[in-house]
Design a protein around this ligand. Sequence first.
Ligand SMILES: Nc1ncnc2c1ncn2[C@@H]1O[C@H](COP(=O)(O)OP(=O)(O)OP(=O)(O)O)[C@@H](O)[C@H]1O
Ligand SMILES: [Mg+2]
Length: 358
Amino acid sequence: MALLKLNICGVRNLCRSSITFSTAINFFYGENGSGKSALLESIFLLGRARSFRTSVIKSIINSDKDQITISGIVARKNGNTFSLGLQLADKKNVIQVNHHGNQKRSDLAYALPIQLIYPKSYQLLDSSSQIRREFLDWGVFNSNDSFLIVWKRFRKALTYRNFLLKKNAPKQLDAWNDELVAYGVELADFREQYLNKLNPVFMSVIQQFFDGDPVELKHFSGWGEAVTFSQALSDDLAKDLRYGFTHSGPHRGDFQVMFDGRLAKNYVSRGQLKLIVISLLLAQVQLIITEGGVPPCVLIDDFAAELDIKNRKKILNYLAHMNCQVFMTAIEMADFGSLNSLQNYKMFHVEHGNVTAV
Ligand SMILES: Nc1ncnc2c1ncn2[C@@H]1O[C@H](COP(=O)(O)OP(=O)(O)OP(=O)(O)O)[C@@H](O)[C@H]1O
Ligand SMILES: [Mg+2]
């Protein structure tokens, strides 16, 4: 899977442009405010129909335009190509996949899977567990076709159960408890199995940065380790009724990285934390590739920030051997380090919204 060509019109300060990419690594450098993140945002928009920077579409639309139009040509692994198109206006979006209109966001997500690494990603380990559940669920979604249906059924059971808790109707809970336990246990199992598969891949990435230090991934199902989910729901009933929501379950599931037996987020330096997060996100992509799935495009914004030159080189080297398409930004061309050993890459200069191949 590779994005061969991108046409952009109306995204922030970017001039109307048509860009042809390398199927390997694409580098973008330019001054602050030149439009590098806006370019990655355009690729992300084409894959998700939403931005990674804001939920207010209007703020992304160029101040002189009333809508965004992005289109692209994507190549499959077998060499066949297809087109993607997106029009975004304040209250309307039109998605086209291979010239078929009225497509859904999920159609885009399947057509152009994307793994994003940007400054906010580094909160993965030290902010709320929601972002770690999203990390797990994105991974499971990409490796298990039945995940989405189980996830939706679990959410539905949880919504109804919480509704009944708020109405203080304990007698009606039984039907939803059964659904909640059935799908909740399945969901937690999916995540656990996924982490078990991710673990060796993560180890192989992380060992480049921390040679020999014991690092491990630990899963938390969202209820006490010593009890079943069903038992946890019975134990919590009085508390759940008092507060009007379900305290235990995979909606509170989590994982953590343990470093030498301690929580990594409380122990390692900022740069090291960043390396752990990059390793986790790249391991997810590597696992998809190893399992024969559709390799996502990897977007890395502000590549150089807080990483020393030695570690940047290791990351670049890993990316070069991954067999997936990469888009990365930095301020100076030199921030990417030496590119002598790379093949088939493309370098772009971004200046006042113009993207030029150099
Ligand atoms: N809706 C909009 N219309 C026009 N210009 C916009 C709009 N939104 C943002 N901009 C401008 O677009 C420019 C590009 O922003 P972007 O975040 O892409 O820069 P960048 O190259 O990533 O910079 P940095 O190195 O600081 O991260 C900024 O100068 C910003 O003010
Ligand atoms: Mg930026």
